[in-house]
Design a protein around this ligand. Structure first.
Ligand SMILES: Nc1ncnc2c1ncn2[C@@H]1O[C@H](COP(=O)(O)OP(=O)(O)OP(=O)(O)O)[C@@H](O)[C@H]1O
Length: 273
């Protein structure tokens, strides 16, 4: 039997969840007089599916934007792979291996599906322009490898049939899948999904859930997602953080969270003091 390291555990469905890869410590974020996040701490472990949920205006998008470097909190620290993260631009956070999707799909509409997914590979493309001119062979080899990886992702997400289609012509559900493919092409250490099921019908939501689970299983991708609809993430996630009015009101397994009275109240809209 394979030994599980002391800082890891095996889930009921046989996946290994590793040590902490990211830790948010006492994060507070204000916009002028509005406190979007108040003193929130939580961690994300390697290989897990971690959800952040909460009603409208709870602060979920703000938290995702702190993780991805779009917002810098006034207080608190972000720790990544055992080190405190210094102030960084979003592209530097992306270079560190944190990829994301957006709620309002951000793809190149005029470009084909294949080319859009290839842009996710930029981090892996090491040969710069001079190298490309001087060592054509190396650049070509890199291009072939990147292309092969992208094709694997395209097969995996079942979008082969539209690989040459301009993204602008695709229906919403498929665009969402292309965005997922582009993020996955970056081979991220953490993949952040911004309301991946928003605007989807039941069938599309089921498809998206399946792809998220398969991605985690097949590539071992650590996934953190924000979602407003509590139902859709409960079957998907290993652990859930619940936010309400910028505060953390619950954190645990789906069962723990489901039975937490503060969470029940928040979702039923019980009045706050
Ligand atoms: N750029 C901003 N400027 C000013 N206030 C903001 C900004 N972004 C968010 N807020 C405020 O911060 C609070 C949290 O908003 P946030 O969008 O993070 O919540 P959310 O949980 O993602 O909501 P939703 O589910 O509706 O998307 C809200 O009161 C919101 O009005």
């Amino acid at each position: 039997m394979t030994q599980v390291p002391a800082d890891s555990y095996v889930t009921e469905d046989g996946r290994t969840i590793g040590p902490t890869v990211m830790e948010m410590k006492n994060i507070t974020l204000r916009f002028g007089g509005v406190k979007a996040i108040t003193d929130i701490s939580f961690d994300i472990r390697e290989g897990e599916i971690r959800a952040i949920i909460g009603p409208n205006g709870a602060g979920k998008s703000s938290m995702l934007n702190v993780i991805s470097g779009f917002y810098v909190p006034q207080e608190g620290e972000v720790w990544y792979k055992g080190a405190k993260r210094p102030a960084m631009k979003p592209y530097q956070v992306a270079q560190q291996g944190i990829a994301r999707t957006f709620q309002n799909i951000a793809l190149f509409e005029g470009m084909s599906v294949l080319d859009n997914v290839m842009t996710g590979r930029l981090r892996q493309m090491n040969a710069n322009l001079i190298q490309q001119a001087l060592w054509k062979g190396r650049a070509e080899k890199e291009e072939v490898e990147n292309r092969a990886f992208v094709e694997k992702i395209i097969d995996f997400l079942e979008i082969q049939h539209i690989r040459k289609t301009p993204v602008g012509r695709l229906p919403y559900g498929l665009k969402k899948r292309v965005e997922l493919a582009r993020a996955l092409a970056a081979e991220p250490s953490i993949l952040l999904l911004d309301e991946p099921m928003a605007g989807m019908n039941v069938e599309e939501k089921e498809d998206m859930s399946r792809f998220i689970l398969d991605m985690n299983d097949e590539f071992g991708t650590t996934i953190a997602l924000i979602e407003h609809d509590m139902g859709v993430v409960m079957d998907l996630s290993d652990r859930v953080v619940v936010m309400d009015y910028g505060k953390k009101i619950g954190d645990g397994t789906p069962d723990e969270v489901r039975n937490n009275q503060d969470v029940i109240d928040a979702y039923l809209g019980v009045a706050h003091d």
